[in-house]
Design a protein around this ligand. Sequence first.
Ligand code: BGC
Ligand code: BGC
Length: 734
Amino acid sequence: MPRRPPRALLALAAAALATLSITVAVAAGHPAPTTLPAGGLPYQDPSLPVADRVHDLMSRMTLDDELGQMTQAERAALNPQSDLATYRVGSVLSGGGSAPSPNTAQSWADMYDNFQRIALSTSLGIPMIYGADAVHGHNNVYGATIFPHNIGLGATRDADLAQRIGHATAEEVSGTGIDWDFAPCLCVARDDRWGRTYESFGEVPEIPTAMTSIITGLQGATLGGPASVLATAKHYIGDGGTTGGVNEGNTQLSEADLRAIHLPPFKAAVDKGVGSVMISFSSWNGVKDHGNHYLITDLLKGELGFGGFVVSDWAGIDQIDGQSGFSAADVDAAVNAGIDMVMVPTDYKGFLNTLRAEVNNGHIARSRIDDANRRILTKKFQLGLFEHPYTDRSYTATVGSADHRALARQAVRESQVLLKNAGGILPLAKSSKVFVAGKSADDIGNQSGGWTISWQGGSGNTTPGTTVLQGIRSAVAGSGSVTYDRYGNGITNGYTAAVAVIGETPYAEGQGDRPGGLGLDQEDLATLSRLRASGVPVVVVLVSGRPLDIAAQLPNWNALIAAWLPGTEGNGVADVLFGDYAPTGKLPVTWPSSSSQEPINDGDGQTPLFPLGYGLTYPGGGTATPPPTTTTTTSPGPGGCAADYSVTSTWQGGFQAAVTVTNRGSAPISAWTVSWTWPGGQTVTNVWNGTYTQAGTAVTIRNASWNGTLAPGASATFGLTGTGTAAIPTMACS
Ligand code: BGC
Ligand code: BGC
């Protein structure tokens, strides 16, 4: 059941639009009051099974109603906005950077609610579903938390972290009304020259497969729960396998290899209940995926049993026949291949006319239209859109919240990969005299990469956050000092270390393709030689969407950290530089010794600069106090409930812990509660796989809806983030 809180005022506004509406009391077990038109038609009854509601609704829909559900228009293309109702358009999207003005979470929510009000004004009142690319946090929204791009998350190998990031992203997305996230990219990037390499969790299928946990974070255990956002597995299939790493190119592989390399993450996503799948612009052996019936209908929907709906990519169907724009042949091929919703995204009227003509002339069977509608409407019902069509404003304040930024900082720390540390120069003492240089040292835009505020991203102060330089400044303490010059001018030999933060500037999709090689640019090379000439040891922090061609420069560097595209929380980089966190990141891709090795992948017999999985750490775990290694175990409480607590990581001002609850009794437990009193002013800031309250120093954690039942011997684990000094409390479990 949907468990979003009621939005009384908005519900009233909706009621005013719908004629003859009455408010009905809800049956026990339905937590939120619901507004239903008089008569309460079966499809409007949340107590009926979703399949029955879909069936009833479809029996009332005209062909035009159904064609509209299959149509997705870009927000700015909907002109006038009332076309949403006039043409029964079922879905709206924001393309990269397409935002309301002013670009605030509040005005996103207002924009969303306005579109929804229009959609609900039709006689059947079918809510629209709004999609956007929240691919590293809710990245179109100014002030949102920007998490590391997927390549950095792949370096963490931390599937639980990815799930928590999915949940945090879903909260920010929900707070702006958006129902649907075009993420995650489950691409397996096989050629680093591809401009979307950073959207990939890694070059071998195992890494993206593990990281499909982010889908559970986005959607929740079931669709329709609090902050539940429909996820998208994209881009199906083979987007990262194109010849030469060409974006939207041709993946030339045997079926056995396509299945072995590119299919596993999609299979895992389907098994996790992903609600939608987006088709890849690319071709497989010369045939555009957008028109491939075998891949979409036979393999994805048939063999893998995908029950959600398939969406095309941005004007992706247009490319099927090789002519610009969509033709009748494109529309036939796409819909008959199994695409359920078309991201048009501009000419929705023309698309609807073409689709209608192709149904009327029999080129597209009515049963295919019905199947597409059944799939789309099922997800709209499961998301709870009919009961709760408007923005859940209780989440709006989570956009860019301190908790989410703390989680992002944790992700940044975990994603740093230490590749070289000659003489153990790292971690730097906090009392060091540090000279900082490089074009990405003090640049939120560069450290966030593409898909940040705008489609391509951009350099400069694009959104609030902490730059790497600011992180370094706040880490340095005591007699230490920080001097900064972007170009490295003014450095003398009086410094402990020179930190060069260099690499790539933002790009997205094809504009990031680098067929000509992956070397450093002239500015970076000039900065590096100024630093080098001073005789001060050089520590390089490489901010990039992929491995770069650095073999010729590496001997001149004392240390190298691959920081990937960390996002807004640059203090996570400083945490590693100064040893508050000893590096744990491992390469999610093979690092070439030269661009000419591309494509280079694990097991292909080439000798890389650093192999897949490479990553150093600090002997002894850095200068930070290592996490307490002891765990406490309660003696089993009533009913045999026992809990084990261990601190999993610590940093300045905070810590993370994992608690495993085990049923040591002989009867099943149906719900559990773990409680303790903090010894030293700690505060819980976030809990996953459980719900928490803290009153004063007393903490109570209860099971989440999905992990309360424990058979004898079974256990469930929840995690928490806290502020203050890590402590091992004395727990009670019941
Ligand atoms: C990209 C997709 C994205 C869509 C909507 C396309 O160009 O390939 O990844 O979801 O645009 O912005
Ligand atoms: C949009 C992106 C989209 C791209 C496709 C851009 O104008 O903003 O969302 O992915 O076009 O080429």
